[in-house]
Write a protein that binds this ligand. Structure first.
Ligand SMILES: *Cc1c(COP(=O)(O)O)cnc(C)c1O
Length: 366
């Protein structure tokens, strides 16, 4: 691997292949695989990731917002795309770009039917979302009659699938089993009112790993594809696809009681050595990482971020590190876990990964 010469996010598509194959190996051969590529494929690059997963025969993609689906279509992705959180204002675009909406409320259902009829659609595929305990988006069980009636009164749309989302698939067994049971009851109730059977899907990555009995017709994996399994054991079976690296732009030698950075937030305790790195809060390194909470690695040694994180750079303490200007800096990679970095400010890998801004250059390894 050539050393970084500026701030880059390396994306390893061979690791993506590995993760995809690993997750697929947990499924029955007939179970479909939906790859969640929202938020730039968890901060990597939704187009390159989707293109690669398309070559691996992923059955479906999901994004959160309509714009994300449009970007995939613009890039030539032809696999079906579920839009998890569409708004009424997006419905015409959704139909024009062959995106498939999650329908999560009576208003969304009525309005989508209205637009689909206006656009003279027949059996346009939609995905009906039920709330089984996350209390975020979705119909309630007692909406089933209403949904069935609406569907029977129009030929413009068809319920391609019914789905729900687990609230605590990585840690809470009893609650998850209750969600699985409620989802099944809803599906049986729905099917009894319709003359066709929609696909069912419930599991995210941790659901795939922990609840093989709940894979149903399709699973929806995000974080696992990017190399994280929400547990130390599963992390060992997966490979992080992204490595965030930078370089030392400049080294400063400072005396005792000198200050570093804006608002003079860091005061040196003696003769010290600092390195300035070209990555800041506009690149996704939250200000919360400042003041010695967060850290980077230089030549294998841990260098704490000192003072406030600037928009375009951080300063780190390298007093005891043998290094020079131009040396590589690792923020996270396979050996320097994003989880440890995330936990230093009390957050999770998902947030740190998706925060890496579009300004950071992506470099792909195939
Ligand atoms: C983001 C998301 C997923 C993916 O979850 P992971 O834990 O990343 O696998 C699945 N389903 C829905 C509805 C989501 O919003």
């Amino acid at each position: 691997m050539p050393k970084a010469q500026e701030t880059i996010l390396e994306i390893h598509l061979d690791a993506l292949t590995h993760n995809y194959n690993y997750l697929r190996s947990k499924l029955k051969p007939q179970t479909k695989f939906l790859a969640v590529v929202k938020a730039f494929a968890y901060g990597s690059d939704s187009v390159e990731i989707a293109k690669h997963l398309e070559t691996l025969n992923a059955d479906y993609f999901a994004v959160a917002y309509t714009r994300e689906g449009v970007a995939l279509r613009d890039a030539g992705i032809i696999t079906p795309i579920l839009v998890l959180h569409p708004q009424v204002t997006n419905f015409k675009t959704i139909i024009e770009r062959c995106l498939e909406p999650s329908v999560y409320s009576p208003k969304i259902l009525r309005e989508f039917i209205r637009v689909a009829e206006e656009e003279k659609q027949n059996d346009y595929p939609v995905h009906i979302k039920f709330n089984t305990g996350l209390n975020r988006l979705g119909f309630w069980h007692n909406d089933v009659d209403y949904i069935a009636n609406q569907l029977k009164n129009t030929s413009s749309i068809i319920a391609k699938s019914l789905f729900s989302h687990l609230a605590a698939s990585e840690d809470e067994n009893e609650f998850t089993l209750r969600q699985i049971k409620d989802f099944k009851t809803i599906a049986v109730d729905f099917e009894s009112q319709m003359d066709y059977r929609p696909w069912l899907h419930l599991c995210n990555t941790s659901g795939v790993i922990n609840y093989p009995e709940a894979h149903f017709d399709m699973v929806r994996c995000g974080i696992g594809l990017y190399g994280f399994g929400n547990s130390a054991t599963e992390d060992q079976n997966l490979k992080p696809i992204a490595k965030l690296k930078s370089i030392i732009s400049q080294i400063h030698l400072i005396e005792k009681d000198e200050t570093v950075g804006y608002n003079r937030a860091y005061v040196s305790k003696g003769f010290e050595k600092t390195a300035t790195i070209p990555i800041g809060h506009a690149d996704g390194i939250s200000r919360q990482f400042g003041n010695e909470k967060g850290f980077v690695f230089i030549n294998g040694q841990k260098a704490p971020i000192i003072g406030n994180v600037c928009m375009d750079m951080i300063m780190v303490n390298i007093t005891n590190i043998d290094c020079k200007e131009g040396d590589e800096v690792i923020i996270f990679d396979q050996d320097h876990k994003v989880l440890n970095f995330a936990e230093s400010i009390g957050t999770i890998s998902y947030e740190v990964l998706t925060a890496v801004s579009q300004r950071v250059k992506r470099v792909f390894y195939r």
